[in-house]
Write a protein that binds this ligand. Structure first.
Ligand SMILES: [Fe+2]
Length: 187
């Protein structure tokens, strides 16, 4: 028998052995890096201010702890809670920002390889008025390697580039706590 990806094994055992790899910004690691499916374990806590527009669906299975998705929908912020034990099939193009405040939380995240010509977008929005601050797209080849490169581009922007053209608020860049505090103050 040629089991290309090995025998069945303990998922939680894998998570324990790979805990150190679940680091910011995305806190993810591939369970089967060579397979056709993109199967990632995502840990907490994370510190993200980016929103993701995926041209394909995502499956969230929240194994341990709770998480929520900040959602940007037609100019307004919304929120979807995914509690421990829950599974969520996210439709393509739902503009989402996964928030994982709990240390030790674990989520199995399953995605599809992106068809050629279907790009992912990362977007950052004004915490006060939800206007678009900055965005970049990429034909995604590696979830683990491609996204941090886009974060680095955004984090290198100046205050002038991050000033909202609608309300003048400066997006705090990678300062996750500051973005969420401004967001809460405006909600
Ligand atoms: Fe604004």
């Amino acid at each position: 028998m040629d089991l290309k990806y090995g025998k069945p094994h303990s998922l939680m055992g894998w998570a324990d052995a790979n805990r150190a790899r679940l680091k910011p910004p995305v806190c993810n690691a591939a369970v089967f890096p060579d397979g056709d499916y993109i199967i990632n374990m995502v840990g907490g806590p994370n510190t993200r201010t980016d929103f993701h527009d995926n041209p394909t669906e995502e499956i969230f299975y929240q194994i341990r702890g709770n998480c929520y998705l900040n959602v940007w929908d037609r100019g307004k912020f919304d929120r979807i809670d995914i509690r421990e034990g829950e599974i969520f099939l996210m439709p393509a193009h739902l503009i989402h920002s996964p928030q994982r405040p709990e240390a030790g939380s674990l989520c199995l995240l399953i995605e599809k390889p992106r068809p050629l010509g279907h790009v992912d977008w990362l977007r950052w929005y004004c915490p006060k008025c939800a206007a678009l601050t900055w965005e970049a797209s990429k034909q995604l080849e590696s979830l683990v390697e491609d996204l941090p490169k886009i974060y680095a581009l955004f984090y290198a922007t100046s205050e002038a580039e991050r000033r909202c053209k609608t309300c003048g608020t400066v997006h705090p860049g990678k300062d996750y706590a500051a973005w969420h505090a401004l967001r809460r103050a405006s909600a």
